[in-house]
Unconditional design. Sequence first.
Length: 321
Amino acid sequence: MNDTRLPSLHPLPATELPSLVTASGPAARFAWEEFIDGAISNENTRKAYRRAVWRFLEWCDGQRLELASVTPGHVGRYFAGLALAPASKKLVLAAVRHFFDKCVTRHVVILNPALSVRTGRHQVVEGKTPEITADQARQLLASIDASHVVGLRDRAIIATLIYTAARVGAVAKLRIQDFNHDGTQYTLRFREKGGKEREIPVRHDLEQFVLAYLYAAGIANSDPTSPLFRSTVRKTKRLTASAMTASDMCRMMKRRLADAGLPRRLSPHSFRVATITNLLDQGVPLDEVQYLAGHSDPRTTRLYDRRPKRVTRSIVERISI
């Protein structure tokens, strides 16, 4: 009986190839490099796809299969044995299909064995990110001590997340030149995932927060290409010349949430949920909210809309049993 358990989660070699690819010859090696380094531009996606396919090929190697002898049955049995959530299985299947597409193109295999495999239906009707309420967001901003540059910086970062609905990764990439006055108003230019750039108008209170931080930090007239939001030297309240990373901002927010007495399960992404829901609740057209959020599909924007949940709770509360 074939073993379909998930392969061990040991770290993957950074430069080596899966043994099954190496054994299949130059065309397979070309397909692997094209799959990993040529076809996937996003670093996180590249890592996830590489890990997923590597472990599938490890499993195939354990079944003493050659690359050209993998069938839909093998792929199906592998996925039947994966102890993963439906969404994770779909990601792994997408990676395996993508890899075998390259193998077909490079004549390593005749047909893609993963093409007809299904992992079960998975439909998301609401995102899992916890929502921060408007009152909680105001409480968080008000709790920040703005008497020093670090407090001014943190307030400006959190206000940017709230009032632009930008992803924390895009906020971390901001440069001084991205906070720009176009002659009528300030704007922020974000570089989002997928190579997209968006320019968002800055509302008056956010403008004041960012300017207060820039002048307190003494970087208003610094190199325009230098980071906008900078890290600190430990707990000295002195800024470095280096940018805060997205992880730095997440940790900062967790500290600020704790200081404000708010749930630490909230995250920077919670602001996107709150902002999108708030705008839709006010009757702002979906396509306008979609553009603000930087979504290519309106269905993604709807996942952030928590109004249906509140309606459901309202109905539940009316049960008189």
